[in-house]
Design a protein around this ligand. Structure first.
Ligand code: SF4
Length: 364
């Protein structure tokens, strides 16, 4: 039921070596259009947590040797928007880590970016960033430059369980600090969004499902407005990829991911956005991302379902879409009530408690 291999210092070392073998890129940005959401990723010198071996599943590909300049930022914005035929509803801004981290997006670049964004006819702007980079001064700057926009700050929680994050992902986050950041962000009238992952390594399938549902519940009970939910993508040059190659991790099945959606409490279903479900990839050179799996003849059905789910925010429509696909897959959706009614506390499965404590040498 459960793979006893746990994270330790040697495994984290493998992760760091794998990622640093990728070399550097001169690339300045990439874009991704998901419905009416346009994402611009500004290439940077990389996430500072990643350099310490954090997040064994994360890899944005090659990083830059030097950060972009203020001029680069203006040129990128100009290039992207001169090619656009129809303005998106939402603009998502990120780096190869955190858009509000001055190590990746120096202050003069951030100011230039905000000034460019203020000229756009796009109402909602999302900033994707590590929770520790959310500061009063950064939020004040955004408020001053973009006072006519709806602002969303998106952070990557992955799981609401500290033990799962630390022992299974090598990701260090303090939930109490997150709650403080939510309060601070909301005091500016901004919204908060969290990334939650399904398919966490070192957990059994049942534990993965339970962790995802509990994490979603925690997010909404603690002030997040939306959750971006995604199945694990196995990215090249990560420890997770190594575990997969060695038969220690198996890719998420679409069937299981959809089953998890069926277990989300109905009051939250309208506030979920699905991402990285197999609709996109990054360039890692020779190796390709291992995406969630399903039978070949079910692929289109799954992709159509995810797309329709995202495009229809209405709760009843989403429940209907889910009911249809669950019954087509022969999954009894009644089963969902069992997990939905689990106590909201984040007590973790015993297996996590007994796991060897991770060395802090590489942690933050
Ligand atoms: S998940 Fe976020 S914090 Fe972790 S390494 Fe990736 S970008 Fe950095």
């Amino acid at each position: 039921m459960y793979n006893k291999v746990g994270l330790d210092k040697d495994l984290i070392k493998i992760h760091i070596e794998n990622k640093s073998s990728q070399g550097f890129t001169d690339k300045k940005y990439n874009t991704f259009l998901d419905g009416r959401v346009l994402q611009i990723c500004f290439y940077s010198t990389g996430c500072r947590c990643s350099k310490n071996g954090s997040c064994i599943m994360c890899n944005y590909g090659s990083i830059r040797k030097n950060n972009l300049s203020e001029e680069d930022i203006k040129e990128i914005m100009n290039e992207v928007f001169s090619e656009i035929l129809e303005m998106p509803n939402v603009l998502l801004l990120n780096c190869l880590g955190s858009v509000l981290d001055n190590e990746e997006m120096p202050m003069e670049n951030l100011i230039a970016l905000l000034e460019e964004v203020s000229k756009l006819d796009i109402k909602t702007i999302i900033f994707e960033t590590h929770y520790s980079t959310i500061t009063k001064s950064a939020l004040e700057l955004i408020k001053n430059k973009l006072n006519n926009k709806d602002i969303v700050i998106e952070i990557g929680l992955e799981s609401a369980s500290k033990q799962v994050r630390e022992n299974c992902l090598n990701k260090y986050i303090d939930n109490e600090d997150v709650i403080e950041k939510i309060k601070l962000t909301k005091s500016f009238g901004f919204e908060m969004e969290s990334n939650i992952m399904f398919g966490i390594p070192f957990l059994s399938k049942e534990e993965q499902m339970e962790d995802t549902i509990k994490s979603i519940r925690w997010c909404f009970e603690n002030g997040f407005d939306k959750v971006d939910l995604f199945p694990v993508n196995i990215k090249p040059n990560t420890l997770l990829y190594k575990l997969y190659e060695n038969g220690k991790y198996t890719p998420v099945l679409h069937r299981d991911f959809i089953q998890v959606l069926g277990k989300i409490p109905q009051e939250y279903i309208g506030r979920i956005h699905l991402c990285w479900y197999g609709n996109r990839d990054l360039d890692y050179g020779e190796k390709k991302t291992i995406l969630p799996k399903c039978e070949e003849d079910k692929y289109d059905e799954c992709m159509n379902f995810y797309h329709k789910f995202n495009m229809n925010k209405d709760v009843n429509t989403r429940i209907k879409l889910l009911g249809n696909i669950l019954s087509e897959m022969g999954i009894n959706s009644i089963e969902s009530k069992t997990l939905v009614e689990l106590p909201a506390d984040l007590a973790q499965p015993n297996i996590i408690k007994s796991r060897t404590k991770l060395s802090t040498d590489y942690g933050r």
